[in-house]
Structure formats: C-alpha cells, structure tokens
Write a protein that binds this ligand. Structure first.
Ligand SMILES: *Cc1c(COP(=O)(O)O)cnc(C)c1O
Length: 421
C-alpha cells in the first residue's frame, strides 16, 4: 500500500492539508505543455501563435503562467475578459470569441483593445462596426466559418457540420467579405474554424483546412481578398483513460501546417499567419480532483456505489456528455483492484455519477479518491448546485503546493443575495 503521488506531492497529504473536494493543478505540467506547443508550432514557422482557450480553465495563476510563456488567450465572455484585464494580460494577444456577444461585451473588448474579434454572424460584424465607430476604433476581425466536416466526438462537443450553431457556411463568406470592405471600422484579417473538442486524430482538422484553403483561394480570386490570418481552433484530444489513444500533438500540428504550406505553395498564395487555440490539451492532464469517500453501499441489483463528497457541482462533464474518467484510490495506490464499483457524486440527481464501472481496490469510508485528468472544463464549469461551495484549486510548482484559488465558503455562495436581515 502506498500513496498516489502527483507531481512530487503526496495526494493523501494534500487532501489532509487542504480538505476535499480539491482541485490540484501542476504549474510544471501546464508550462511543459505550453512549451511543447511553442516548440512544435510557434517556433516552427514564423507567424504561428498559440492561444489558450480560457474557458477550459481560468484563474489569475494561469494567466500569470501564460503571460510569462508569451502565448495568447481566447475569451468568450466579458467575465473572462475581466480577469485578463485585471491581470494586465497583453490585449493584442487576446481573441474575443463567442456566437452571441452582447453590446456590452463588444464595447468592453474594444475598450481594452483586444487583438481581434472572431465574428459568428453577418449581423455581428455590422454591430461591431457600429460600436467601433462610436469608440473611435478599428476592430480587427476574423470570420468564423463552419467548414461542414463532422468530427468524431460526442455531439455536444461538435462545433462543425450541418446543424451546429457556430459560424457562417462557406457559401455565405463571399458576401461577408464584400460587406467588410465597405465597413470603415472593420479590419477583416481572415478566417477561423474550430471543428470540435477532444479529437483523437487530425482527420477532421485536415478536412476543415482543405475547405478553408479553397475558400481562401476563392475569395482571393473573387473578391481580391488576401487572407492574413487562418485560425485553426483547438480540439486536440487527451487521454482520459487508457482506452483513449490520441494522436501525438506533433502529428496534429505537423500535418496541419504542412497542408497549409503545400496548398499555398502550389497555388501561389502567401501563407497566412496561423493560430491554434488548445484548451483541453494544456489544462486537462495538468489537473486531478481529490475526493473523500463518504459511504459505500451495494444495491440489490449488485451495483456497488462509492459516494464521494463532490460530483456534478465540481465536474458536470459525465452528466453533460457521458465523459469517462479514470481514478485511483489515493491511499491504496498500487493495491490490486478487487471489484468493479461506481463512483457517485453527492448531488440530488440520478445522473450525478462521476465514474461508472471502474475496477478499484477495496474502498472504505474515509478513503481518498483521485479522479484523473480533470484540469480542463471542471473548475471552469463548476456550479453551486445543491448549494455546494466550489472547491479550492491548489497549484503545485516544483513539488510545492499552495492555494491558487481559495475554496468558496457558505457565505460566498450567498454573497449576492440582496435580502436585508
Ligand atoms: C472550446 C474552444 C476551443 C478549445 O477547445 P479544446 O478542445 O479545449 O482544445 C478553441 N476554440 C474555440 C473557438 C472553442 O470554442
């Protein structure tokens, strides 16, 4: 019997010291992943840039790391922009995304001077033009294109294909581009696509790139438009369990950049600047979540339920899209699994199951469970459902853990309740 170590920290000690549920992130892992992307992409060709999709995980600490590592940031809301601004994140390195931006959000983006807006509809372009004029600014934009390729992932993680809410179809682009040339406060710089999330290989990305390159060629011939930027989105898959076998990131990026290079060379086009926007790839494997077992029970149907002190409120992904996670019993690491159990969250929903049917060593009340690969889309998707406080985030740096985001108190949950007592 031994304890599970995460980046040189004993996770059972972390649980004791900081309490559970607890998000644990590794600065070393985040940094290494960012540097891997930089060496494979940013440094491979001049005029490539990586943006971190802040919706995957956002805190002051990660903004500090990203600023230090000199990469860009995607935001999709005024709330995300607020923290970037509060941390003096370089505005020119921010891209403002989202399919339904409010006037307030656009104005805030213009006010901070974000590097670009990624526009999701023709109407949005005209709205940004108007607000930019009022603010005395020129807004640089990319137009989001739905390239119509279907990725192989859960339908809730699909953002391309015939029925998604995102982007303009390639057929609408010629009109959009012509319109932009008549808008004095719009600087139309290029195109964006994002095929979806948790892609296991580069097929969907390459399919989309082919569509985009044809579009770039067509708008140049038809509208005389020179595409300066092609933003190729995120979506690079990670391994949640041993069953997931994502292509190495080098294969994704190598194939994608060569496809662009070759097409541009053989069609006599200038190669546009390239952007990628990974979220999960950077944050996912950089985090785990620790829980304490509250009870163990077996149903008459033979299902063994391990009840833990967290669940849907700190990780809604299994309930939202049947996400599958791996876990270990942190204080019995290395023990032989002795039966198949189901780890249940504590929210009052039958659907609040963190992991179904996982083989674990004998689990007892008080044991610490570590759910793996929870660094992306867990803390950022957390809620106060059932009035559970959102757990703390501990950041490990060089083997030293410290509180990065403090856990909510009950008072925090009700801080906005305006009733006078
Ligand atoms: C969510 C999203 C990303 C990041 O996706 P990952 O799967 O986390 O890499 C990038 N770009 C856009 C536009 C997104 O919506």
């Amino acid at each position: 019997m031994e304890n599970f170590m995460f980046h040189d920290c004993d996770t059972v000690d972390l649980a004791k010291k900081f309490g559970t549920p607890l998000y644990v992130m590794s600065e070393d892992e985040i940094t290494e992943r960012v540097r891997t992307l930089k060496s494979l992409f940013d440094d491979k060709y001049e005029r490539c840039r990586t943006h971190f999709a802040s919706k995957a995980f956002l805190s002051r600490d990660i903004l500090r790391i990203l600023t230090r590592e000199n990469i860009g940031l995607d935001v999709v809301s005024g709330g995300e922009l607020y923290l970037a601004r509060d941390m003096n994140f370089p505005p020119e390195r921010i891209a403002f995304h989202g399919n339904s931006k409010s006037a307030r959000e656009i104005t805030e983006g213009l006010g901070y001077g974000v590097g670009k807006f990624v526009c999701d509809s023709i109407q949005e372009i005209t709205v940004i033009d108007g607000l930019a004029r009022a603010a005395g600014k020129i807004a640089k934009i990319l137009i989001r294109v739905n390239p119509g390729v279907e990725g192989h992932t859960h339908r809730h993680m699909l953002t391309s294909g015939g029925r998604t809410k995102f982007g303009l179809t390639p057929e609408e682009i010629a009109d959009a581009v012509s319109m932009c040339s008549g808008l004095a406060n719009i600087d139309m710089a290029g195109f964006h696509f994002h095929v979806g999330s948790q892609m296991m290989d580069e097929r969907a990305h390459l399919g989309a790139i082919d569509v985009m390159l044809e579009l770039i060629k067509k708008t140049r011939a038809g509208q005389g438009f020179e595409t300066r930027i092609l933003d190729m989105g995120g979506g690079f898959g990670v391994a949640y369990t041993d069953a997931d076998k994502p292509s190495p990131i080098a294969d994704f990026l190598g194939a994608m950049t060569s496809r662009v290079e070759e097409f541009c060379a053989s069609n006599g086009l200038a190669r546009p600047d390239l952007i990628i926007e990974p979220g999960r790839y950077i944050a996912g494997p950089s985090g785990i979540t620790l829980y304490t077992v509250c009870n163990v029970k077996e149903t008459p149907g033979g299902v063994v339920y391990i009840g833990v002190d967290g669940g849907y409120f700190d990780n809604p992904r299994p309930a939202l899209y049947e996400a599958v996670y791996g876990a270990v019993v942190a204080n019995k690491y290395g023990d032989t699994p002795d039966r198949v159990v189901t780890i249940a969250g504590k929210c009052c929903e039958s659907g609040d199951i963190l992991i179904r049917d996982i083989a674990l060593p004998k689990v007892e009340r008080g044991d610490i469970i570590a759910v793996l690969c929870t660094g992306a889309y867990n803390h950022s998707m957390a809620s106060n459902y059932n009035k559970n406080p959102i757990p703390a985030v501990v950041m490990i740096n060089g083997g030293h853990p410290r509180i990065s985001v403090r856990g909510q108190t009950y008072e925090d949950i009700y801080a906005c309740d305006a009733m006078e007592v």
